[in-house]
Design a protein around this ligand. Structure first.
Ligand code: UD1
Length: 429
C-alpha cells in the first residue's frame, strides 16, 4: 500500500501551480453527456475522482478521450446505458449523472453514492428537486432511479444550502419545459463555473453565484470548449502549508477572490498575504496566533479547509475554537493529530485547540481526502519522521501532491515498501 513518508521541519518556500477545480470538474464531466455534439474540456485535474467519473461516462457508451494530461474530449451521441453501477461507488459526485441523464434522456439510475465519510450525507434535496420537476424517484437495491415522461419547470426552495442539489437540479431543469427557480441555492465558485459551462452549451441560467438561480429550459444543448476554474481548496491547502511550516509560498493560477475567507483568517493568524491578479503569496515569519473559525457555505470559510486550518491552529499561540457547521462528523482526524502531539478537545461540532510549540513525527492514517492533506501538513511541520497511510483518499483530490510539495523544499516521498521507507530515512537522516 502506498504511503507518504515525510521528514518534517522544513519551511516550504517557492511557487506552486494550482490545477483545475475537482468539484467543478466532476459536475462538468457529467453535464458533458447532455449533448450529442463534442465537448472539449481544459484544465481537467488528473485525480482518481475525475478519472473514475471519466471511466463511468465511458462505460455508458460515450466516447471519452484524454487528449492531454489536462484536456478531455467527450462525445455522448452513442450513449446506450443509463444505469451506472461500476467505477463510481466511491465518488459521491456520481449523483451528478442522475441530473444529467434525467435532463437529457428523462431516465437515469446511479448506485447510491458514498464518498468521503465525514458525516451523514443525505440526498433528500436532490430528490425533492427532481420530484418537483415531475420525475419519479425511487431507491431500490442500492440504486437511485429517476425517470419522467417530461420535466416541467418549477419553483424549488432548498431546505439546506447544498452544492450537489443546486447543481443537480440545474442540470435537470436546463432541459425541462418552462422556467425553474431555485431558492436558497449554493453560491460556491464551482456552482458558478458549472452554470457558465452549461450556458456555454446553450443553457439559459441566470443568477448563479447568488441564492436565487433562474433557469429557462431549452430543447437542446450543443458542443463547447471550456476551461475549468482553479481549485479553491487545493490553493487553500498550500496557503495553510505555508502558514504552518513558517514558509513563503506563491500560489499561482488562482482566483484570489475565491480565497478571501482563507486569506482573512491567515491575516488574523499573523501571516502576510500578497495578492496579484492570479496569484496569492503567503508569508509566515513568526509563530501563528490563535483565532476562531466557523465553517459556512460560500462566501464563508469552507468546510473543505477545516482540517487544514485546525492543523495550523494546533501550532498557534493561545486557544482557538473551530466550529464545523456543515458536516457533523468532520473531526475524526483529530485522534491522529493528537498522536503527533496536538492538544485538541472535540465537543460535538466544536474543536477547542490549545496551541502546542511543535508536532512530533508519527505514523498516522488519512481518514478522508481533506483530513489526509491536513495530516500531511502536520507531518511537514513535525520533528522527525512521519508516515501518512491510506493516501488513496488524498489522491482523490490532489494531483501530484507529493511532487508539488517536494518542489517547495519538502522532504516527502511516496513509498510502497519498508525498504523504500528505510532508504528515504537514510537519505534524510
Ligand atoms: C460538496 C463538495 C464537498 C464539500 C461540500 C460543502 C463536491 C463533489 N463535493 O459536497 O467537497 O464539502 O459540497 O461545500 O462538490 N444536505 C442535505 N440534503 C441533501 C444534500 C445535502 O441535508 O440533499 C446537507 C449535507 O448533509 C450537508 C450540507 O447539506 O450538511 C451541505 O452538503 P452539500 O453542499 O450538498 O455537499 P456535497 O454537494 O455533497
Amino acid at each position: 500500500m502506498d504511503k507518504y513518508v515525510i521528514k518534517g521541519g522544513v519551511p516550504l518556500v517557492g511557487e506552486v501551480e494550482i490545477g483545475g477545480a475537482k468539484n467543478a470538474a466532476l459536475a462538468i464531466l457529467a453535464a458533458a453527456t447532455m449533448t450529442d455534439e463534442t465537448v472539449y474540456i481544459d484544465n481537467m485535474p488528473d485525480e482518481s475522482d475525475t478519472n473514475a467519473m471519466l471511466q463511468a461516462i465511458s462505460s455508458t457508451g460515450a466516447f471519452v478521450e484524454r487528449t492531454g494530461r489536462h484536456s478531455v474530449k467527450i462525445n455522448a451521441s452513442q450513449i446506450h446505458t443509463f444505469t451506472i453501477e461500476d467505477y463510481i461507488k466511491k465518488i459521491r459526485a456520481s449523483y451528478y449523472l442522475l441530473g444529467a441523464f434525467l435532463g437529457k434522456y428523462k431516465k437515469a439510475g446511479v448506485v447510491l453514492p458514498s464518498g468521503c465519510n465525514i458525516g451523514l450525507r443525505p440526498i433528500d434535496q436532490h430528490i425533492k428537486g427532481f420530484t418537483a420537476l415531475g420525475a419519479q424517484v425511487s431507491i431500490e437495491h442500492g440504486i437511485i432511479d429517476a425517470h419522467a415522461d417530461k420535466l416541467i419547470g418549477s419553483h424549488i426552495y432548498l431546505d439546506v444550502v447544498s452544492v450537489g442539489a443546486t447543481i443537480n437540479i440545474m442540470m435537470a431543469a436546463t432541459m425541462a419545459d418552462g422556467k425553474t427557480i431555485i431558492e436558497n441555492a449554493a453560491k460556491e465558485p464551482h456552482v458558478v463555473d458549472f452554470a457558465n459551462f452549461l450556458n456555454s452549451m446553450g443553457a439559459n441560467i441566470k443568477g448563479a453565484g447568488t441564492d436565487v438561480i433562474r433557469i429557462k429550459g431549452v430543447e437542446k444543448l450543443h458542443g463547447t470548449e471550456y476551461t475549468i476554474i482553479p481549485d479553491q481548496i487545493e490553493a487553500g491547502t498550500f496557503m495553510m502549508a505555508a502558514a504552518a511550516t513558517k514558509g513563503d509560498i506563491t500560489i499561482k493560477n488562482v482566483i484570489p477572490k475565491h480565497l478571501e475567507s482563507i486569506s482573512a483568517k491567515l491575516i488574523e493568524m499573523g501571516c502576510q498575504i500578497h495578492e496579484s491578479d492570479d496569484a496569492v503569496r503567503v508569508v509566515a515569519t513568526k509563530r501563528l496566533t490563535n483565532t476562531h473559525v466557523k465553517t459556512l457555505p460560500y462566501p464563508g470559510f469552507p468546510t473543505d479547509m477545516q482540517p487544514q486550518i485546525t492543523v495550523a491552529l494546533g501550532l498557534a499561540s493561545g486557544i482557538s475554537i473551530v466550529t464545523e457547521s456543515i458536516f457533523e462528523n468532520r473531526f475524526k482526524y483529530v485522534d491522529e493529530l493528537t498522536r503527533m502531539g496536538a492538544c485538541i478537545k472535540v465537543e460535538g461540532s466544536t474543536a477547542i485547540i490549545e496551541g502546542v510549540d511543535k508536532y512530533t513525527g508519527a505514523t498516522v492514517s488519512a481518514p478522508d481526502l481533506r483530513a489526509g492533506a491536513a495530516l500531511v501538513i502536520a507531518a511537514l511541520t513535525a520533528e522527525g519522521f512521519s508516515s501518512v497511510e491510506d493516501i488513496m483518499y488524498i489522491e482523490r483530490g490532489y494531483e501530484d501532491f507529493d511532487k508539488k510539495l517536494r518542489e517547495l523544499g519538502a522532504h516527502i516521498e511516496k513509498v510502497d515498501s519498508d525498504y523504500d521507507m528505510q532508504k528515504f530515512k537514510l537519505k534524510n537522516a
